[in-house]
Design a binder for this molecule. Sequence first.
Ligand SMILES: Cc1ncc(COP(=O)(O)O)c(C=O)c1O
Length: 313
Amino acid sequence: MLFQLEIPIPENQQIHLPILTTKGVELFIKREDTIHPFVSGNKFRKLKYNIAEAKRQGKETLLTFGGAFSNHIAATAAAGKMAGFKTIGIIRGDELGKDVTKTLLQNETLRNASENGMQFKFITREAYRNKTSEEFINQLKKEFGDFYLVPEGGTNALAVKGCEEVLTNEDEKFNYICCAVGTGGTISGLINSAENHQKVIGFPALKGDFLVEEIKPYVKGSENWSLQTNYHFGGYGKYSEELIRFINEFKEQTGVLLDPVYTGKMLFGILDLVSKDMFSKNSKILAIHTGGLQGIAGVNKKLKNKNKELIKV
Ligand SMILES: Cc1ncc(COP(=O)(O)O)c(C=O)c1O
């Protein structure tokens, strides 16, 4: 009943680590990852008002885009099913469409989405780059009929509105709100709902400075935010042995599982900045766990093939 009822308020879990005690900094994690295994964290927030709008418009189908391991694809399939929509996923990589049975056997994200009823169209990387062109969308309408289009990564004004509901009155005690950044929708909602005394810090999971310009239109001139751009680990979907080791140690020490694409990079960044005294003594930091744990299986498969340390789930 995720899309008709209010969800329980996710807990803020205090993190106890020697570096935090040494520096006199408090760190809590908002466990949005506990909302749902696939529609977790920011996915629930971003889809909530989009699904309501699709219903209002009388649409029967949701269509969206994503890569083969996309959290957003997994979430849209699961949420669409719960809310009674047909779902279509336009997936980057036409090679995946050559033998769909094999693809689904090998790829847990797509398999789960398929089990939740999502129909796929696999397209070339070149076609994927032009996916928002009017011509391509019209072609999709001819192929699939009428649909409600959810953008890649799920970010639009309604998604930002949903993400404005992450912070609650209880969170006023924090000085810093941290989150991972992909397309910028989640941080925009946090910026809009943060209190004047709070600073919002984003940790982009990908390379490039373009995100500032992507975020600005959603945040009405707010200046209470910044991006820490040194923690992308080589770019989107890239990771190092150091990051995987960090994720495993963090789980062992705190019990909190992080994903290697978004939240692992954010927590690595936060603790690195704590160690470099970026946060003054007595700072209270709230890090948002935006979910994404479904993607670990795909990364572990790649790590296993390379005989590397796996993420312990
Ligand atoms: C787990 C997770 N965290 C963070 C993000 C980044 O969110 P946004 O794209 O709104 O910046 C995403 C991508 O949607 C994600 O899947």
